[in-house]
Design a protein around this ligand. Structure first.
Ligand code: SF4
Ligand code: SF4
Length: 472
């Protein structure tokens, strides 16, 4: 919250609002927002938090709903297992998410930051709410710090920080569930720390990092550290929808004076009450225009709307709109940049859908054993030896067979069918035998088929080495 709500000197352009002229931290004592937008944010956050804490404990069949097991290179998205062989899908998926966020930013500003970013959700909807509960509203906290009872300050701070550490521990353990699985984490919790010293230490360090971020560093993550926040200057333009103060309607700002005709006095609708600044979690005054630190949380809109309602004036002095709408009165326009991002996003989504639909349950590699030549078995029969690797990506045991599709020849494999355990890979070798007459030269293209339940599931093309035609 800014101390001086009449600061029109422009000094806010010289430094981030969380630092004073000496470079020291300005602690933000934000008041609790109230209103339609805050209620909507609370609902959105509740759903997202419930998902975050419950998802690792939900199973789809035998698999977790979500798992990012980096150590074993196994990723599970909504019960579907992805292997390193599916890495291209993962990369395209990530690019699609980034383009979606960029497109949303170009059109809707930092809606991601204020409404769905984990940092904001944990800070504003978990830790800040605990703070309001234990220490009261921002204005009360500030007064208590100035001239409050020392014992009361101490017990409230102790309680708050104990709760912060507890919540940080829960977050850390939940995150670990996403990496190693909830059952493994349960095992860690039931065991002694000495059984898994490295995991225990890593968890303590992570918990400490979360506690530090949410208890002390707070809004500085958005203002100083987050790379996405740094990109805003390049992504936003005058058409972007953002939380904006309608200076044409609001200025000249000034307090209400009894019996005064504000219009005749050249005053606008802003009564300079400062309510919009007291609820801002990043300490901004939205009336200073678009600022890098604004996370579009809409708290200032709620605050100003309640003031306008009390004054009997239309809501929306601070509203979600574009700079062009305020200055020129224009509505949303499709800029070439938005068209380009949208086209890219649609293309990426199309590619992703096609690749997902083509994703096979099996992944087979067949290679002729390196350094080997053909073997002449007599009776005009030539053989080559091959290595195979078949990955079963499904959650059930599968029986598969390798058959020759062209040209005519024989696959010599120990046993007819191969049994693949669920989510496993099977490696081995087999012989291919051909009649010399079938071969087209020293390198004959051959096509093998992988069959499951007598159904062709994959075709593999490779070569067969035989004698040169001139040697015959
Ligand atoms: S200026 Fe308004 S929208 Fe921006 S961070 Fe502050 S309260 Fe949220
Ligand atoms: S809450 Fe509205 S009226 Fe009050 S200072 Fe902010 S913009 Fe002006």
């Amino acid at each position: 919250m800014q101390d001086d709500i009449n600061d029109t000197s422009g000094s806010f352009r010289d430094r981030v609002v969380t630092m004073n002229a000496e470079g020291k931290r300005n602690w933000i004592y934000a008041n609790k927002p109230k209103g339609t937008y805050y209620n909507a944010r609370t609902w959105v956050s509740t759903v997202l938090l419930a998902f975050f804490f419950l998802a690792p404990h939900i199973k789809v069949g035998d698999e977790a709903l979500l798992l990012f097991d980096i150590l074993h290179r196994k990723f599970v998205l909504f019960g579907v297992v992805f292997w390193p062989q599916d890495f291209h899908l993962f990369v395209i998926g990530m690019i699609t998410i980034i383009v979606t966020i960029v497109l949303f930013t170009v059109v809707y500003g930092r809606i991601w930051c204020g409404w769905t970013c984990p940092q904001t959700i944990f800070m504003e909807m978990v830790f800040r709410k605990i703070e309001f509960l234990v220490e009261g509203n921002g204005v009360v906290q500030k007064q208590r710090k100035r001239n409050g009872d020392k014992n009361e300050i101490l017990w409230r701070a102790s309680l708050k920080h104990t709760l912060f550490i507890l919540v940080s521990l829960i977050i850390t353990h939940t995150m670990l569930c996403y990496i190693v699985g909830a059952d493994v984490v349960k095992g860690y919790l039931l065991g002694s720390p000495s059984d898994n010293v490295s995991v225990f230490l890593a968890m303590m360090i992570l918990t400490g990092a979360f506690y530090f971020v949410f208890a002390y560093f707070r809004e500085q993550v958005c203002s100083l550290v987050c790379p996405y926040g740094r990109f805003q200057g390049a992504l936003l333009d005058a058409n972007t929808l953002m939380v904006t103060y309608d200076f044409k309607r609001g200025e000249q700002r000034g307090p209400i004076k009894k019996g005064e005709d504000r219009f005749a006095a050249g005053k606008g609708d802003c009564i300079n009450c400062g309510k919009c600044t007291t609820v801002c979690p990043t300490g901004l005054d939205i009336r200073n225009g678009i600022q890098l630190e604004c996370i579009n949380c809409t708290s200032c809109m709620d605050a100003c709307n309640s003031v306008m309602t009390k004054l009997g004036k239309p809501k929306g002095l601070v509203r979600i709109t574009s700079q062009n709408n305020v200055t020129e009165g224009t509505t949303f326009q499709w800029s070439p940049r938005i068209v380009a991002y949208t086209a890219l996003l649609v293309t990426l989504l199309g590619v992703l859908v096609v690749l997902f639909s083509l994703r096979s349950n099996f992944e087979t590699t067949i290679l002729r054993v390196q350094g080997t030549l053909y073997q002449d078995l007599g009776n005009d029969t030539i053989s080559n030896i091959y290595n195979y690797k078949i990955v079963n990506k499904t959650n059930t045991e599968k029986q598969v067979a390798i058959r020759l599709l062209s040209p005519q020849g024989a696959v010599k494999l120990a046993g007819n069918d191969l049994l693949l355990k669920k989510q496993s890979k099977l490696e081995g070798a087999f012989l291919l035998e051909f009649d010399k007459k079938t071969l087209t030269g020293s390198n004959t293209i051959i096509i093998l088929g992988i069959y499951h339940n007598n159904e062709l599931v994959e075709e593999i093309q490779t070569t067969f080495v035989g004698p040169d035609k001139r040697d015959k």
